[in-house]
Ligand binder design. Sequence first.
Ligand code: G3H
Length: 481
Amino acid sequence: GQLVIWKGVLAPVTSPIFLCDETGEEHQVVLGSAPQLDAEAAHEALHSAVSAYDKGRGLWPTMRVSERIDRVEQFLVRMREQRGEVVNLLMWEIGKSLKDAQKEFDRTCDYIVETVDALKELDRASSRFELKEGVLGQIRRVPLGVALCMGPYNYPLNETFTTLIPALIMGNTVVFKPAKLGVLLLRPLLAAFRDSFPAGVINVIYGRGQDTVSPLMASGNVDIFAFIGTHKVANTLKKLHPRPHRLRSVLGLDAKNPAVVLQNANLDIAVEEAVTGALSFNGQRCTALKLFFVHQRIVEDFLERLSARIGSLRPGMPWDEGVGLTPLPEPGKIEYLQQLLSDALEKGAKVINPNGGDSNHSFFYPAIVSPVTPEMRLFREEQFGPLIPVVPYESLHDVIEHITCSDYGQQLSIFGEDPSEVGRLVDACVNQVARININTQCQRGPDSYPFTGRKDSAEGTLSVADALRAFSIRSVVATRF
Ligand code: G3H
């Protein structure tokens, strides 16, 4: 019944922010510590969720929907009181700018409200009876069991709550592992969880995935696995489950979203959308634009304007007014970006913008890299950071071929003013990706839109209503008349 199993070794939680001490020397800030659970402690948390579910007989899965909604609304009131503290931790733990951190918090609260509204609607629809061929049927949405929810570090609040809240509100019990970075920002919410939900309904675990998540998957007691991260990790974890046919998964995975800038594109729009599309939160978004195909007749103009626009982005601390570039929180990320960059340069590309690729502590100055070719790692690998690969193209056929054969299929952006050319590209790609954006960047929102991907980019769909469906099944009570 404990919300958090607080034992094991305490590991320090560091910030990507460096501050000067009185001698002028810079030090990485240590923010606190979090427990590193072992398998035994993780099993305790799972046992608590399994007992609270009690094969569907527990208090929570049998509670009326309206009462579960009340509990979630009660939680939301308490969560809103913690806005300042959570926003502060989003800045210090993952380097998110104040504006983006506030947006993430408010968007998460809105998501909860929309989820409650969608469930009320779904519940109204479920309680209708239908008489057909002498049988009166009622279809109810019921929970699946025990959910294991894990979110990503780039949206440690929003993207974990977009699985956690639907899982809870549909009557499942949950083991919840915070993202690998952004672990502390849940602490201000723990009391609200404890006071709003019955014991055992939500259980928070901390620690390394291999020590905690792997044994839980191998136990066979996880009924639904909600994970946002790479498809390799997702597959490894799913394979551990002894009865895979019993496991449901909702996965948000890798993406390498392309932008196609057609020769008649409005370059003011294309450049502006490229900057925010590729560099918001330093490009650490699954929906970021990660590969630009630009028609060769306009590529020089595009590169020149993009380079000038990037030159106006100001690096700074997350709380600085108008900051454009903030520290990268992921250990080893800068080395990885440097490797991708060196590989591209060795194979003939250039850095187009002044200072592109420079780094200092956890800052990495964005680099526009062109011409990028299929032999380069940057063409294929998901950089998840501030590198902008540009591929000049002559034939649209080659671009379509690339999108068709890519292992990823989350989203695509098209920039162009000729409706028939844009329409042709939409028709050619509509079966390749899960969302096409015209004259605008790729993005998840509005959160009520279905959010998914094809191929290695996703399994299942998350949005407000889709998530409620993902964490439940429709069960029928049929009565012969
Ligand atoms: O990291 C993936 C997120 O779902 C992206 O959401 O497009 O709102 O930044 P966003």
